[in-house]
Design a protein. Structure first.
Lengths: 331, 305
């Protein structure tokens, strides 16, 4: 179990120490943050850069289905899509001397993971065995997180036993918003211990934290507690990932690595539906944390419909014709 | 109040896409002149991305519009006629300027265009009986054919008949439940852009009709090749362009309406627009669904429907 970096071991010694530490973090300039995110969103990414961005984005997707109506059949179909997103196998555009274009018929990459509820993790694991696509499972009474710690830990145990490679947990927003930061921290520690070798993504549900300052504090709690990823939201509330809150979290992981040498991933989730949106997020990553994070191991998109839009754009790049929803799968 | 003391309020003509009035994504405009070359207004010069956005809007609107009852669609089309009637003066002015007609001739054109909406409004719940029905088959089946809308239709409006011609190509497409992406006449787009304002206030759901202005060939090419457009009406294309578009449209087996060219340049502008249009434009963008329903013992007993 990774221990808290020595530089911050004092910060988590007690509830009051943690509060002092979190309130000692610099305040967020909300206007500046949003302006910065908006200005980075205006970058023009075209031709070969766009082709590269599309393939990178596809390889970063946690293809997600988190519905009460999920069936084993749906999860298997989604797994098949994750492994081979575009069975039509469009050839990639060959527009320049870019090394990516040198390979003829470069295949559509597989997605990073399939994200399901714990009871579907075994189905997903069986369907994805040997494919290189990871199985991610939400846990800890997702999405509300309203359960006792024992129940949450049992949920995690279940998912890991069923073959999940990654666990997406939700923090206790009730505890966070009422100022019991150490409880949030200890809960993450406990879940992390339960994960074993599985990577842990910590969901803050930024839409419920109400201020940017809170998002920054939550990010630090997550990072101090040993999260492998910090993730914006569940996708179940009105406000999900936005460029601004993702930029803020990217700054947090950048600062954390600068101070401790530990690299942590970021996963915006919910509301990212178009290629244009996804490319904007990739620009944020590149400009904030740099190329080290431009890798499926360190940056993910929690999305479902995004993949279809990326595939349609990919088809447009390789054929020159606008594609349509008839040429990609429904789910 | 004297006219001289008042500053002119010029109208910014904008596109009509998805029920909204955007400028062109490209930011471009071009000058629109009257028949004598006098400047009338600047119109947006749409790009292929505007065409793509319009197709997305039309696709989104298709489910609701094609699923609406024919009776309801008829009411909506009639509502368009009502709204046009109230704004007749504006359209008379724009048509007179665009086509170089006298005021009385332009008024006759606008009247005919309003009547055209009423004509097609009446057809919405009748075309099913004309284009479908029970088929006599040699077996114990009740066999029914029913026409269904094709989907998203790209419409190249006539180049010269900027309003009556325009209405005559839009109304039949949407009457049967299709949604339309319309490329207005390149030289006379103003009546079309103003029609968008009328449609927006006529209970026509956003996205059912999307109106683009600009260079016809530049917009038509991506639409003809677009995999999510189901049909294309080539009325406003000249011979060379129509040929090119037909080839592009073949790729996803689009339904193509290429009217008999009647002008020297290959367009169909001199088509007799005021004449009664018949049903060929209604039936051009329909798919026939046929259902075989077994009649079982009834048929075996020698009886039939």
């Amino acid at each position: 179990m990774p221990t808290t970096a020595p530089a911050f071991s004092d910060a988590t010694a007690s509830d009051s120490a943690l509060r002092r530490f979190l309130f000692g973090l610099p305040g967020v300039d909300a206007v500046g943050l949003e302006a910065r995110a908006a200005s980075l969103g205006t970058r023009s990414i075209k031709t070969t850069a766009k082709a590269y961005a599309i393939d990178l984005a596809i390889s970063m997707i946690d293809l997600t289905t988190l519905e009460g109506a999920d069936t084993p059949g749906k999860v298997r179909a989604l797994a098949a899509k994750a492994v081979n997103p575009d069975p039509l196998r469009y050839a990639p555009p060959r527009l320049s001397s870019d090394p990516l274009d040198a390979e003829p018929d470069r295949m559509t990459p597989h997605t990073a993971a399939v994200c399901v509820y714990p009871d579907m993790a075994a189905t997903a694991a069986a369907a994805l065995a040997g494919s290189g696509v990871k199985v991610a499972s939400v846990a800890t009474a997702f999405p509300a997180g309203r359960a006792s710690l024992d129940v949450k830990l049992a949920d995690v145990r279940d998912a890991v036993a069923a073959g999940a490679d990654e666990i997406d947990m939700v923090i206790d927003r009730g505890a966070f918003l009422s100022g019991r930061f150490l409880k949030v921290y200890e809960e993450i520690l406990a879940v992390k211990a339960e994960c074993g070798t599985a990577r842990l993504k910590v969901i803050f549900e930024t839409g419920e934290l109400s201020t940017y300052d809170n998002i920054r504090r939550a990010s630090w709690i997550g990072m101090l507690a040993g999260a492998d990823f910090i993730k914006t939201s569940t996708g179940k509330v009105a406000t999900n990932a936005t460029p601004a809150n993702t930029l803020l979290m990217l700054e947090a992981v950048r600062d954390f690595r600068a101070q401790t040498g530990v690299q942590i991933g970021v996963k915006p989730a919910g509301g990212i539906r178009t290629t244009k949106d996804a490319v904007k997020f990739l620009v944020l990553v590149n400009e904030t944390t740099g190329e080290d994070w431009l890798d499926p191991h360190w940056f993910r998109f929690g999305a479902s419909s995004l993949l279809n839009d990326l595939l349609m754009q990919r088809q447009k790049l390789s054929t020159g014709r606008y594609s349509g929803p008839d040429y990609v799968t429904v789910d | 109040m004297s006219e001289q003391n008042r500053l002119s309020v010029y109208k910014t003509y904008k596109l009509y896409v998805g029920g909204k009035f955007p400028r062109s994504e490209s930011g471009r405009v071009y000058e629109v002149t009257d028949s004598k070359g006098q400047w009338l207004a600047n119109a947006p010069k749409s790009s292929r991305k505007d065409a793509r956005d319009a197709v997305v809007a039309a696709r989104k609107a298709f489910g609701g519009w094609s699923g609406a009852t024919a009776y309801n669609r008829g009411q909506v089309l009639y509502r368009v006629a009502e709204m046009l009637e109230g704004r007749k003066d504006q359209f008379v002015r724009e048509v007179a300027a665009s086509e170089g007609l006298s005021k009385s001739k332009a008024a006759a054109v606008v009247d005919a265009a309003i009547d055209r909406w009423v004509w097609y409004a009446g057809w919405t719940d009748k075309i099913g009986q004309i284009a479908g029905g029970a088929n006599p088959v040699a077996g114990p089946y009740l066999n029914l054919s029913t026409p269904e809308p094709t989907g998203v239709v790209a419409v190249l409006a006539p180049q010269k008949s900027s309003f009556l011609g325009l209405v005559s190509v839009i109304a039949p497409v949407i009457a049967t439940g299709n949604t339309a992406v319309v490329i207005a006449s390149a030289d006379a787009p103003l009546p079309a852009l103003s029609l968008g304002e009328v449609l927006a206030t006529s209970d026509v759901p956003g996205g059912v009709v999307n109106i683009l202005s600009g260079a016809t060939a530049e917009l038509a090419a991506p639409l003809a090749a677009h995999q999510d457009v189901n049909a294309i009406d080539l009325t406003g294309a000249d011979t060379a362009l129509a040929k090119e578009l037909e080839i592009a449209a073949a790729d996803n087996l689009k339904r193509v309406l290429r009217p008999q060219p009647v002008d020297a340049d290959g367009t169909s502008d001199s088509e007799d627009w005021p004449a009664s249009p018949g049903t060929h434009r209604l039936t051009a963008f329909l798919e026939t669904k046929t259902v075989w329903h077994p009649t079982g013992a009834l048929g075996a007993a020698g009886s039939s429907y």
